[in-house]
Design a protein around this ligand. Sequence first.
Ligand code: ZN
Length: 291
Amino acid sequence: MSDYLVRAIAKEPGVRALVCVTTDLVREAAQRHGTSPTVTAVLGRTLTAGVLAGALLKVQQRVALKFEGNGPVRKMIVEADSYGRVRGYAAEPEVDRPFVNGRPDLVGILGQAGLLTVVKDVRLKDLVEGVVPLATSDIAGDLTYYLEQSEQIPSVVEIGVVVTEEGEVEMAGGLLIQSMPPYDTGTLTLLVDRIQELPPVEDLLRTGQAPEDILALLFQDISYMQLERRELRFNCDCSRERGEKALLMLGREELEHLLETEGQAVIDCHFCHERYVFDAEDLQEVLAALD
Ligand code: ZN
């Protein structure tokens, strides 16, 4: 099952639902950043949270989630858009914690105290920013808390990433259910009860239930409509051209210094770890472009 997200609404009770599988993109992020098993679990959850937050946006809008905590991973930043593209990184990808009862120690790696900052580019003059303290440090609970506190929308988020102690990603995915105006929360409460009765989302996916099946399990007798099925992927918009622009911004003096001391410039993209090497000849060309 490759990565995708389904979006559905139940018009009558006013509920929207998103269910996604993100195994491939979590694997790709782990491979690109060389993350430890525990960071793979927490970054994988953060990427999945980004996918879900991105799917709430309108076209051309973007969202960034920044988790900062007092644990060893320090910080994770994920960016997503409404087209199913997501990218992200951890400040300390290689730190690790021993598994507890066979599960990654999420709270231990992110820390109990910290902040979740959500920045949305909704194509207006100013960015929209919301900050909440970390509520659970397991990513899903923190995103739920942000949606309820900062956006004032009754919501529930569940995210699961199954990682072995060797760091292999077996399954990743998540779901988000949200009340829509006029916010009659009775149905949401009923759905939250159903989620709690069902196995965790990652176990449902692991036993072969597709996101569409999970929607059906959730809604049961409630009439709903599936609106969309969207492919998801780890995607970064960095490029050699952008790297060149960044070099131009350094200015003549800094570039000449780089040329003399290093003989080259290496731009390593934070988000995807792609490396762009500019050798002496390339740097001469950038310098010439400054004239
Ligand atoms: Zn990149």
